[in-house]
Design a protein around this ligand. Structure first.
Ligand code: GLY
Length: 424
């Protein structure tokens, strides 16, 4: 059978790599893919991004299942379009993807359904937003309403930073909106589940590192590294996240007439007492969370996603019990010169180690040129992912695999997994 993965980042490389391991899958297309998916003989890149062209390709190639990686095609309605063509696709509809594409929609939804999250207010008027900050003070969180590749959130530690973020997000932009939230204290974790709109299958837990710098300093990024499982998600926190957040969200979306099928990613803040609250929802797998989760997943991902899109009397998610590698997976992102600001493309990449059973380099912003050279072509370039018996062992293995890799201006954090090393 043929499958199609939409997207071209590290998450999509990991999805395609994992799907290609299924004995039921003969071919994995990746659209548009990247330099890493181009190099892998098990995968085939397709230079398409337009959702109409993707649907035509899926019909022509008799694609059995399409998996959507990033948020932009979801927000553009790729799932609705594929379904209108009678094509099987895993991901939320445009309406359901608003849980990610509109922060105001998500906050409204959580308030109506009693899902724990920070108090908030939303503004289109900059003066009113500034006034709100003046009344509440800092720290305070400013979020752009709309997709921003993980960079539309400013955790302002001072009122000046908050005012600057409001000006940046609202200034002169027609229809722009900001959501301003109370600052939540605690430790973050990524809680991602597979849903068919009704049933829920939780994946293993993970933890991202959103700031560019060591010690969680500097501006936010799409994620500079991750590891799985996240120790902060104890069995008690897990049960509460399921019962207080994930199950009411899936039930609430169905009750509102917008059933959510796809990967639902709840970014959680867990306080010292173990109370989980939602920082944000994403309508997709996280990146780089996907790389560490898929490295640990032992079950056949194709079977899981076929069950999540089952029709008639086909086996549903109830029939699946996920198997995980008991080891820790840890991934370190190598980013391009300038990231998370304006990045430089075209730097030659060298020193990539061959994949082993316990260390793989997933590509993101890479391009394989016609002459066979590999160059940078995006902000996050690679995610070096390794398995180990402890966080320390996985960390050592990932950084050892990263050591020979070089490209001009490359940057990475040297402390991925640091919270997993702390005594609890
Ligand atoms: N790593 C955070 C995200 O995928 O949004």
């Amino acid at each position: 059978m043929k499958v199609l993965v939409i997207g071209g980042g590290g998450r999509e490389h990991a999805l395609a790599w994992k799907l290609a391991q299924s004995p039921k899958v003969q071919r994995v297309y990746v659209a548009p893919g990247n330099g890493g998916t181009a190099l892998d003989p098990a995968l085939r890149n397709v230079p398409l991004t337009d959702i109409g062209a993707l649907a035509d390709f899926a019909v022509a190639e008799k694609i059995v299942l399409t998996i959507v990686g990033p948020e932009a095609p979801l927000a553009a309605g790729v799932v609705d379009l594929f379904r209108a063509h009678g094509l099987r696709i895993f991901g939320p509809t445009r309406a359901a993807a608003q849980l990610e594409s509109s922060k105001a929609f998500a906050k409204d939804f959580m308030q109506r359904h009693g899902i724990p999250t920070a108090l908030y207010a939303s503004f289109t008027d900059a003066a009113a937003a500034h006034d709100h900050v003046n009344r509440h003070g800092a720290p305070i969180v400013i979020k752009a309403d709309g997709l921003a590749a993980g960079k539309g959130v400013v955790v302002a530690m001072t009122a000046d930073e908050a005012h600057a973020a409001i000006d940046f997000m609202l200034d002169g932009k027609t229809g722009a909106r900001v959501v301003i939230e109370d600052f939540m204290v605690g430790e973050e974790a990524s809680f991602i589940v597979v849903s068919d709109g009704q049933r829920v299958l939780p994946l293993a837990t993970s933890q991202d590192h959103k700031r560019i710098g060591d010690g969680d300093t500097g501006p936010n990024t799409g994620g500079m590294g991750a590891y799985s499982p996240a120790p902060v998600v104890t069995p008690n926190v897990h049960a509460r996240a399921m019962h207080e957040i994930v199950l009411p969200t899936i039930a609430g979306m169905a009750a509102d007439g917008q059933p959510f099928s796809g990967f639902l990613y709840a970014g959680l803040m867990i306080d010292a007492a173990g109370n989980p609250r939602v920082v944000e929802f994403n309508a997709r797998l996280g990146d780089p969370e996907a790389q560490v989760l898929l490295m640990r997943l032992k079950s056949d991902l194709f079977d899981v996603l076929m069950a999540a899109t089952a029709t008639g009397d086909q086996p549903t998610l109830d029939s699946i019990e996920l198997q995980w590698d008991r080891r820790i997976a840890l991934g370190v992102v190598m980013a391009a010169h300038g990231y998370p600001g304006a990045v430089r493309n075209g730097d030659a990449i060298g020193g990539l180690p061959a994949p082993t059973e316990d260390a793989i380099v997933f590509h993101a912003g890479t391009e394989r040129r016609a002459d066979g050279t590999l160059v940078t072509s995006g902000g996050r370039v690679l995610c070096v992912t390794a398995l180990g018996d402890s966080v320390k062992a996985a960390q050592q293995r990932a950084y050892a695999a990263l050591a020979p890799i070089h490209f001009e201006g490359g940057q990475h954090r040297s402390d991925i997994g640091h919270r997993g090393l702390q005594p609890r």
